[in-house]
Design a protein around this ligand. Structure first.
Ligand SMILES: C[S@@+](CC[C@H](N)C(=O)[O-])C[C@H]1O[C@@H](n2cnc3c(N)ncnc32)[C@H](O)[C@@H]1O
Length: 202
């Protein structure tokens, strides 16, 4: 069994203790969500981000751990939600099928991150946006986290904001980075950044 399937029963308690929701709210505040947007939460886990999204939007929650998704299902109104147990590197979703793609505190847990980033772009519609919350390896706290995760058998693949932005610029997106703290940042990628930036954000 993988780390998160084992951790699923304790995950929400642990996240509450570290104030995870504050960071998620800051990430969410960076992007403009429209009423008809189809939203995909990749590496959705127990639904810490998904539960904060507007209830009327169509939502797809993707995670490789069915145990984490079982917890997530209880947090969101099921009639608008599609639950997909899948790896981010090979999404069973149509091309151009989502307007917003979130990946919160999850990318560094993926193997073959390049494939996962390409998949995010593949499923994104024109004028949509990708929002990624990650940790900058330049900071000591990130490097300690990386060491601990690697000990637990995780990939621990952390990108600097510049490197992550370069991926999406190669795909033809404009990008913007917001530093949430000395080690946490949000990257926004879109072919229409101006339209997707929230007034209070970027
Ligand atoms: C630290 S949790 C973050 C969950 C949620 N986004 C949050 O902010 O609470 C990382 C999640 O990524 C998932 N994950 C790990 N590897 C994955 C992969 N290759 N594809 C999809 N999800 C994956 C794990 O199962 C876990 O639920």
């Amino acid at each position: 069994m993988d780390l998160f399937s084992l951790a699923a029963p304790f995950y929400d308690g642990l996240m509450k203790a570290v104030g995870h929701h504050k960071m998620i709210k800051k990430a969410l505040g960076q992007v403009r969500i429209k009423p008809d947007d189809v939203i995909c939460d990749i590496g959705a886990g127990t639904g810490q981000l998904s539960r904060l999204l507007p209830a009327d939007n169509k939502l797809i929650m993707v995670d490789s751990s069915a145990e984490m998704l079982k917890k997530a299902r209880k947090k969101v109104p099921s009639q608008t939600v599609k639950i997909v147990t899948s790896r981010a590197q090979n999404l069973p979703l149509e091309d151009n099928s989502c307007d917003l793609v979130f990946c919160i505190d999850a990318l560094h847990h993926f193997e073959r991150t390049g494939s996962a980033l390409a998949e995010m772009k593949r499923i994104l519609r024109n004028k949509g946006a990708i929002v990624i919350l990650e940790f900058d390896p330049v900071d000591r706290k990130t490097r300690i986290m990386q060491w601990l995760e690697e000990l637990a058998g995780e990939p621990g693949c952390f990108y600097s904001p510049d490197k992550l932005a370069a991926f999406f610029e190669k795909f033809g997106c404009s990008t913007a980075v917001v530093e949430l703290s000395s080690w946490q940042y949000v990257l926004l990628a879109s072919d229409d950044l101006k339209e997707r930036r929230d007034a209070g954000g970027f």
